[in-house]
Write a protein that binds this ligand. Structure first.
Ligand SMILES: Nc1ncnc2c1ncn2[C@@H]1O[C@H](COP(=O)(O)OP(=O)(O)OP(=O)(O)O)[C@@H](O)[C@H]1O
Length: 645
């Protein structure tokens, strides 16, 4: 078929192909529906698209034919400025390192029909994840180069079809139940045009489809609070992805960490999902023999090269033909992985197994030339095309509402976390209030007031900064997952996080701290001054949480993020005007104060306290007496280097 860029023609051809496959799929429905408890009767209502959302159904699958031809992936491993660990090498090469190309995948071919479950297997480091991630377009690096292609219903690139990727780790919120997790995911993933009933029905459908009925009301749990089992969590992770009703489902080692029975049940579930017409592609480590029989296709890799790619029924005959017969009572998966692996325990073994691998690779190269038509002969119907995501997930306001609701629920279910910040505010207020109790109005008192106002700016802000940095490093993986799945955007996430914490934290923490400290320290009993004091703390609190966001955006792990946060805090302290008068900072870095929030906070606190005040001058004559100048608020403000306004 000619390569066509015309969208209409593509769609027409695509629809025709889809109808053909759908007919074939309907023909196999009887088999699927008798294949154990995981299959349920197909819904009698007419099938509609999830994206169109008139009447949602997981049965509405767009059959997707996946063709992989000559896929070769290489990476430049030469030292680079982008990788600090290679700097010594880069310097020793006098900053001019020649490209060093490592081929990760060597000309992989495969033909994966809709309605099939494909396993990518091979020894450790054989390139399974590289292949899966490349198909799912999850690796973007200027150092990677690709030859060959993967087409999805004739189009190059996975973004032209509805697809989802289940990661190896379960990134779920531990305090939510299985049903709540799926409900929130449905609310975020499905377009605003869907009704609450539709979304609820899809959630129940996913629960039924994945066999999660028993644990639907169980919390996900974590190492401290037990909840769902490892197998159930995996199913929930798959369920979350299933809500996007993908036609192509990628899974990275979904059985890792599961016991044999859970692993078997999980692969049965994948088989059942495939039988609905999906193309399911998974990497898997050493599947047990019962699991082997559930696969439709296998791609076997060794050191990045394919040694087999085709229907599972043809795998053992292929190796037998090459002289490697499966011995009795041996797991076929382990057998094929073993014969394709290089054993480097001794030099002799390494030479022997390397020679065997070379024979297997060479034989498969010849075989694949006849099995897979070359790239130019397969139907490539269009260029890389991205599906519009806008219509397929919740809009801005709905994201804010759903995420706020979810964060509130998660916060209330973690009373220790919720009370920690309140307790911290009270304890800090009382301890500092006690140290600075009832400050005098003499020179010593003025000096102490300056110190106290700095502590209110810096120390309280520092605790919030570190606490929020820590919490964000825990919470960000969920955002990263949802953001990479295009169902949560950054602004609604930030907004909702603060909205949900407004009542539990953002308002009460600065309020309690201000209330205790202000009156214990003996500041003026003046309502306007107190509320100004509180408002400054409130704004400072937001500045600190936004700084924490910035640090975690830069580095996702706590050691790195807290290092940046500490650096930012130190810069804030130096430039705020407490330790060095801000007008005497060396001229080249004096501008720093203008981009330092603690300069504004400390300045505002000082302005609130000192501006217009006159302290206890031992001389008579009041503010007009030059000997009492040091007791006037104006003098104190200018001595700290703050502008008059
Ligand atoms: N960006 C990269 N730069 C350099 N080498 C890489 C890169 N990505 C992958 N590799 C190498 O490619 C090989 C295949 O890696 P991959 O993670 O795909 O293997 P795998 O089969 O999934 O292994 P495992 O089962 O242990 O997870 C490994 O040797 C790995 O070190």
């Amino acid at each position: 078929m000619a390569l066509a860029d015309d969208g209409k023609e593509d769609d027409a051809v695509g629809q025709a192909a889809a109808v053909d496959v759908e007919k074939a799929e309907l023909g196999s429905t009887t088999d699927a529906s008798t294949d154990g408890p995981l299959n349920h009767n197909k819904l009698d209502q007419s099938r509609f698209s999830i994206a169109n959302a008139v009447n949602l159904s997981l049965d509405d699958v767009e059959p997707t034919d996946v063709q992989i031809r000559g896929l070769t992936i290489a990476v430049d491993t030469s030292p680079s400025w982008l990788d600090p660990s290679t700097y010594p090498e880069l310097f020793s090469a006098k900053l001019k390192a020649a490209p060093r190309i490592k081929t990760l995948l060597h000309s992989v071919d495969a033909s994966l029909k809709p309605g099939t479950l494909t396993a990518i297997i091979g020894g450790s480091g054989s390139g399974k994840t590289t292949l899966l991630n490349n198909l799912a377009e999850r690796v973007v690096s200027s150092r990677l180069s690709q030859q060959g292609l993967a087409t999805f219903n004739g189009r190059v690139g996975v973004n032209s079809v509805r697809h989802a990727y289940v990661m190896q780790q379960d990134i779920l919120l531990p305090t939510l139940t299985v049903r709540e997790t799926l409900r929130y995911s449905a609310d975020l993933r499905l377009p605003s045009s869907t009704t609450a009933e539709d979304r609820e029905r899809v959630v129940e459908e996913v629960i039924r489809e994945l066999g999660l009925k028993e644990c639907a009301n169980t919390r996900i749990g974590n190492s401290q609070h037990r909840g769902c089992s490892g197998g159930e969590k995996r199913r929930v992770s798959i369920g979350v992805q299933l809500l996007a009703n993908p036609s192509v489902l990628f899974l990275d080692e979904p059985t890792t960490g599961l016991d044999a029975t859970s692993a078997f049940q999980l692969v049965r579930t994948l088989k059942s999902l495939a039988q609905k017409g999906r193309t399911v592609i998974t990497t898997i480590h050493q599947p047990r023999s019962e699991i082997w029989d559930l696969f439709d296709n296998l791609v076997i890799l060794s050191k990045g090269s394919p040694v087999f790619s085709g229907p599972v029924s043809e795998c053992l005959p292929w190796f037998k033909e090459l002289g490697y017969q499966l011995p009795l009572f041996v797991n076929p998966a382990e057998f094929v992985i073993d014969i394709a692996a290089v054993d480097n325990r001794t030099t002799e073994l390494e030479e022997e197994t390397s020679a065997r691998l070379e024979r297997l690779k060479a034989a498969w190269k010849i075989e694949s030339e006849s099995r897979f038509p070359p790239v130019q002969d397969i139907a490539v119907m269009g260029k890389r095309k991205k599906r519009s995501q806008a219509a397929t997930h919740a809009g801005f306001l709905r994201q804010v509402r759903i995420l706020t609701d979810r964060t509130l629920k998660v916060t209330y279910r973690d009373p220790l976390g919720m009370t920690a910040s309140l307790l911290e505010a009270v304890i800090m207020g009382v301890v500092i209030g006690y140290l600075f109790f009832n400050l005098g109005r003499d020179q010593a008192g003025i000096r102490s007031r300056e110190g106290l106002l700095y502590i209110a700016t810096g120390l309280q802000g520092y605790l919030i900064l570190m606490f929020e940095t820590y919490r964000l490093t825990i919470d960000m993986p969920t955002f990263d997952r949802e953001s990479s799945e295009h169902c949560v955007d950054a602004v609604p996430y930030i907004l909702s996080r603060r909205l949900a914490r407004l009542i539990t934290e953002d308002f009460p923490v600065p309020f309690l701290f201000s209330l205790i400290l202000y009156f214990m320290a003996g500041f003026d009993h003046n309502a306007a001054k107190f509320f100004t004091f509180f408002s400054i703390g409130f704004v400072n609190h937001y500045a600190c949480v936004m700084c924490a966001f910035t640090c975690v955006v830069a580095v996702r792990h706590f050691p790195g993020a807290s290092l940046i946060a500490n650096f930012a805090f130190t810069m804030q302290s130096l430039a705020c005007g407490m330790f060095i008068q801000s007008n005497t900072i060396p001229v080249y870095v004096r501008w720093l104060k203008w981009i330092t929030w603690s300069f504004y906070t400390f300045g505002a606190y000082c302005g609130n306290e000192f501006q217009g005040s006159f302290y206890d001058c031992p001389e008579s004559g009041g503010p007009s007496n030059p000997a009492c100048l040091q007791y006037t608020g104006e003098f104190i403000m200018s001595s700290l280097g703050f502008p008059r306004n």
